[in-house]
Design a protein around this ligand. Structure first.
Ligand code: AMP
Length: 215
């Protein structure tokens, strides 16, 4: 069974949703860079204050900030059963820094999974996305609405829309993805561990495709 995974693909492709499910089923630790950064912003740490302006504009936070956050996470005890990197690396420089770190700690990545969907699908998913402020579970206004409006089905927490899921910021994020993150396809696609998964359609079918990609 594959243990250390990288999930990459454009914003809104479902890395968070599907990654959480894979993590539950296979006992893996999710290391989601966006979540780590949002926590720093919420706690108003120096790092969070620095990152916020970039995040609000839909731009990438500087490499030295995010690279510095990864090493302790992939080498932590609770990551030893396997981890899923979601949202990192997001450009080739970060991928190179990750490769150096993995080598230093004698770690390997068993699967690099690229999730893909057309831009129209991504925009629809992002603009309707609602997240539980308490447990982080994701809903969608139309495709998977909560049973009670504004409340999480699982923990009754309050649902919110991410600041950067507004249409103007979404277009910047998609542009940043095209310019800076999509070159990772060329960087990773030559590896034996590389798999590409169609992330359009029913959520369970997409999950089944991901499971197949892990075998
Ligand atoms: P996400 O939750 O993955 O959509 O990330 C939200 C925002 O956090 C992004 O738009 C970036 O501003 C920032 N971010 C997340 N991961 C990275 C990364 N690997 N490098 C730089 N910025 C990042």
């Amino acid at each position: 069974m594959s243990r250390n995974l990288i999930l990459f693909g454009p914003p809104g492709v479902g890395k968070g949703t599907q990654g959480a499910r894979l993590a539950r089923e296979y006992g893996l630790l999710v290391i989601a860079m966006g979540d780590l950064l949002r926590e720093e912003v919420r706690n108003e740490t120096a790092l969070g204050v620095k990152a916020k302006a970039f995040m609000d504009a839909g731009e990438l936070v500087p490499d030295e900030v995010v690279v510095g956050m990864i090493e302790s996470r992939i080498t932590a005890d609770h990551a030893s059963g396997g981890f899923i990197l979601d949202g990192f690396p997001r450009n080739v420089r970060q991928a190179e820094a990750l490769a150096r770190m993995l080598e230093k700690h004698e770690l390997t990545i068993d699967r690099v999974i690229f999730m893909q969907a057309d831009e129209s699908v991504l925009v629809e998913r992002l603009t309707g996305r609602l997240i539980c402020s308490s447990c982080g579970f994701g809903f969608h206004r139309h495709y998977s609405p909560p049973k009670i409006e504004g409340r999480c089905d699982h923990c009754n927490g309050e649902l919110y829309q991410r600041d950067d899921d507004r249409e103007d910021v979404i277009s910047s994020r998609l542009q940043v993805y095209d310019e800076q993150t999509s070159p990772l396809l060329e960087y990773y696609s030559a590896l034996d561990s590389f798999r590409s998964v169609d992330a359009v359609g029913d959520i369970d079918e997409i999950y089944a495709r991901l499971q197949a990609a892990l075998d």
